[in-house]
Each structure stands twice: as structure tokens, then as C-alpha cells.
Ligand binder design. Sequence first.
Ligand code: SF4
Length: 376
Amino acid sequence: MTDGSTLDIILENTDLDEQLKRIGDKVRNHERITPEEGVLLYEQADLAFLGSLANHVRERLHGDKTFFNRNFHVEPTNICVYSCKFCSYYRKEGQEGVWEFTIEDVTRQAESFKDKGVTEVHIVGGVHPKRDLHYYGQMIQAIKQVLPDIHVKAFTAVELYFMIRRSRVSIEEGLAALKAYGLDSIPGGGAEIFDPVVRKQICHEKSDARQWLHIHETAHQLGIPSNATMLYGHVETYAHRIDHMDTLRKLQDRTGMFNTFIPLKFRKANNEMEHVGEVNTLEDLRNYAVARVFLDNFPHLKAYWPMIGKQTTQVSLSFGVDDIDGTIDDTTKIYSMAGVEDQQPTLNTEQLVKLIKDVGRQPIERDTLYNTLRAY
Ligand code: SF4
């Protein structure tokens, strides 16, 4: 942990642009920055300044603490009724590479994690045309029969919207039913970028921003916490990113039930947007930093290590990130199908702890709701 004075030194001793200095003063005084200031940070702040701002916020909130959990993923199917252009994961029924797990299959997967110390199962997949909320509710029940203490964090708002509509009930009734089946929280995928013009370009068929926000707000009202994501580094502008985060910040002001914000990097392999290319690691770090500064009411900022790799994850801990997700145990295909270097994402607890300690931070094993289970 730094002594907290890096930002002071930058603000007092450099030839900083007046507008950036004003933003720095706001951050130092715990004041909220405006959307215009958010865009200015993206456009004009250099990496060192962004890092000092974000690290100031991160250390004010969490000191050196860096959270992770022990989890596994269940991806019930990659069959999807939609064809998002950025997606490398979906298949249509009958296509090569399709999978479609039954409840029995998923129960067997859960059984393999008995007595392994995992505290969370993360369930997301394609939007299956024939499965409704009761099917997935029974899947949750089956998992909990095998692992009674597991926290079930499940389904993007896009999956939820489809399965609830398919069951012909309201969003509120559907979410309440899933909660009764055992749903504990919602992971936050499917948000992409809320701007309707960008959404039309990259994922025109699926639930829009209004529906995503309605699902999350209703969940919060029912006592179901959630996370929020943003897909960045494709055709969106900085103004679109800030607009996305501003929408989330306003919802969080109303409910206070988002735990963490997770920027998701667009990866180009095996999808229709390969020509767009990918942003570089510096842009990843800049994006984490702006998010940490802008989203002043989000307690946590997560770097999803299978997406950006282990080394960039370590660096991100100086750019606002305080959470690096979990052990995962080679149970997700979402990013390996999109071309990331690490084709078999798995780190055991010892390796995660070392990864955090090697950059001078303190590993904290948490549950899904950020209660400390063990400090290392
Ligand atoms: S991003 Fe999700 S909704 Fe879109 S095609 Fe892929 S699996 Fe389906």
C-alpha cells in the first residue's frame, strides 16, 4: 500500500491541466465527478494520473485488501436464440460444437465440487429457446441438494428476461419464483453498452437497456443483489462508456444493491466483429481507473483474470481493482472461445494468493457478498 500521498504530490507539484486538477481535487475530497469530467479523464488524463486517482479511491475503500472467492462455473448450454455480433460462444441447435446439459449433467458437475471448499456457483449460458424459469429453477434446486451451502449467482438479465417471458409471468413474479427456487444473486452480464445505437450494431436482437435495468432494479427490490458489467473496446466511444456507467450509478443511488462493477473486454476471435480489433493493455488499465473514479457508489471493481491474463490482473490492482474473481477451476469456456491466451482457466487458492501477494497486496478470501472468510 502506498502512503496515500501520491495523488497529493501529483496535484501539488505538477503542471497539471486545470480541469484535470479540479477532478483530482474532487477525488481527494470524496466528491462525485460529472459525466463530462468522466469523458475528459478518458480523453486527456495520462496513465500515471489515472492510476493515482484510482489507487487513491481503491485504498481509501479497501487498503491493500484484494478479494477473491472459490467458485466454479456451470454453463448449461451454448445454444442461443440470439446471434450477438461480438459473441464467440453461441451455436444454433444441430451445429457442431453445441452443448446442452441436462439437470442430471449439472448435478454431476456440482457433485464433483463436494468437499472442495467452493462457496459459489456462477451459472450463465446461451438463451435456450425451449427452457423456462421452472427448468432453471429445478436446476438450482438440484445443485443445492448436492451443495446445500453454495451461493447460486445465476443468469444474465438477457437469459432471465427470456426465461421469465417464456413462462408467461411478470418480471417480478419470475424473479420471486427463482428466488424461491434458490437463486441468491445475479452476475451482471448482458449489459454490453446501454446506448441504443451501439446496441443495434452489436446485439440488435436481445433485451435492451431498459429491460436489463428493469430486471436488476426489480431484483434489488426483491432483496436479490447483483453485479453490473460493461463490454468495452469495440465500436463504442468514451461518451458511450460514461453514459453506461452513469446509468448504473443512478440505479445504484436508488437501490444500493450492486456489489461490483466488472468491465469486460471485447475479444475478437471467432466472431463477426474480428475486423474491429482489440484495445491494448494500457487501455484496459485506463478503463479500470476511470470506472473506479466514476462509480463512486460501487463498493468493488473486479478484473476477471481469465479475460485479461494473470500479469495484467496483477497490474490492475494499482488501477482501482480490488477483486480478481475466483478459482473458476477450468469451468468456463466463454473467454477461451473468444481467443484469450489462457485456454484452460484455473488457479488454485494457493496460486491466487501468490498472485496477489507478489504485488504487495493482501489476499482476502470472500463469499459472494464480500464477507471475509479468510485473510492471508
Ligand atoms: S452474448 Fe449471450 S445472448 Fe448474445 S449470442 Fe452470445 S450467448 Fe447469446
